[in-house]
Design a protein. Structure first.
Length: 312
């Protein structure tokens, strides 16, 4: 069997910006002295006059992007998730969210898979923070194909969009003719009758592997990719709860306020169902190789399988 292709979604982000820039001359990209890491350097090489390096000044970059958006430009601002959602939260809220401006945020290096950069850079709270901003669309793509689709879809949204990208190379799982990306719509990847796993980001591929392990134990798990955290697909959540009767969420993010929190809100209001949230459990990360950290925090396929079987 040939090896599964793996691509980091931050690479997908940079490549998608170049393709979008060729079609849309009002696309501009801003970075905070991290163009090599966020992969916006490829856009800078292609369109140097449309790339602005704002230096290590994320809050200022956010304000510049807000201003550009009032002049007919569609700015994509780029930096690590810790700085895009954390350091610049006030500016994102007050300079982009409050006036309902058309700015796109490309947040890379999210979650514990940042690896050796350690807890200070492993943002496990960004989705929770961005969810609280009125009108903010949040997309957490699962692979290269979905990340590229997200960048393009963000352009078509008239308003603020937060996109979450990773440092770790992840399997390409959506390379099929039936795949369709639609904002606010979950994607059924595997049907099942015993339980449903809602996963997002890099955890989608891991959840598919975990579902295979569950199948070996006679447990038929449904797997749904929730790439859009806000607005979330309430219909697919309620349908799964009604049909499988047991729900699990899996995310490389705190279990507080992220996918797990969003699904819990839907279920409590629309279809009360037993839910187990799998993610970072109210703790900071630590420095170490990304794959080893995912294993330690039980966010790889083995850990997901272990947590689901224990809960059942």
């Amino acid at each position: 069997m040939s090896e599964i292709k793996k691509i980091a979604t931050r690479d997908s982000y940079g490549n998608a910006l170049v393709e979008l820039g060729k079609e849309k001359d009002n696309v501009v990209v801003l970075d905070a002295d991290l163009a090599a890491a966020t992969k916006t350097a490829v856009f800078k090489k292609e369109f140097p006059e449309r790339h602005i390096d704002c230096g290590i000044a994320e809050a200022n970059m956010t304000g510049i992007a807000a201003g550009l958006s009032t002049c007919g430009k569609v700015p994509y601002i780029s930096t690590f998730a810790m700085f895009a959602a954390g350091r610049a939260f006030e500016q994102v809220r007050n300079s982009i969210g409050y006036p309902h401006l058309n700015v796109k945020i490309g947040a890379t290096h999210a979650g514990i898979s940042v690896g050796e950069d350690g807890a200070s850079h492993q943002c496990n709270e960004d989705i929770a923070l961005m969810r609280t901003i009125p009108g903010m669309t949040i997309i957490n793509p699962s692979d290269d194909i979905e990340a590229k689709a997200a960048v393009r879809a963000a352009y078509d949204i008239d308003g603020a969009v937060y996109m979450r990208f990773g440092r770790l190379a992840v399997p390409v799982i959506n390379d099929n003719a039936d795949y369709k990306f639609e904002i606010g719509k979950g994607v059924l990847l595997k049907d099942g009758t015993d339980l449903t796993i809602f996963a997002t980001g890099l955890e989608v591929a891991e959840s598919l592997k975990a579902a295979e392990m569950l199948a070996d134990k006679g447990i038929n798990a449904r797997v749904v990719n929730i790439h859009t955290i806000k607005p979330i697909d309430e219909d697919i959540i309620v349908k799964a709860a009604q049909e499988t009767g047991r729900i699990f969420t899996v995310e490389e993010h705190s279990i507080i306020g992220g996918l797990g929190g969003a699904v819990a809100e839907v279920l409590s209001e629309k279809c009360p169902t037993k839910l187990t949230r799998i993610g970072v459990r109210d703790t900071f990360g630590e420095s170490g190789p990304a794959v080893e950290l995912l294993h330690k925090y039980k966010l790889d396929a083995e850990g997901i399988f272990e947590q689901i079987t224990a809960a059942l």
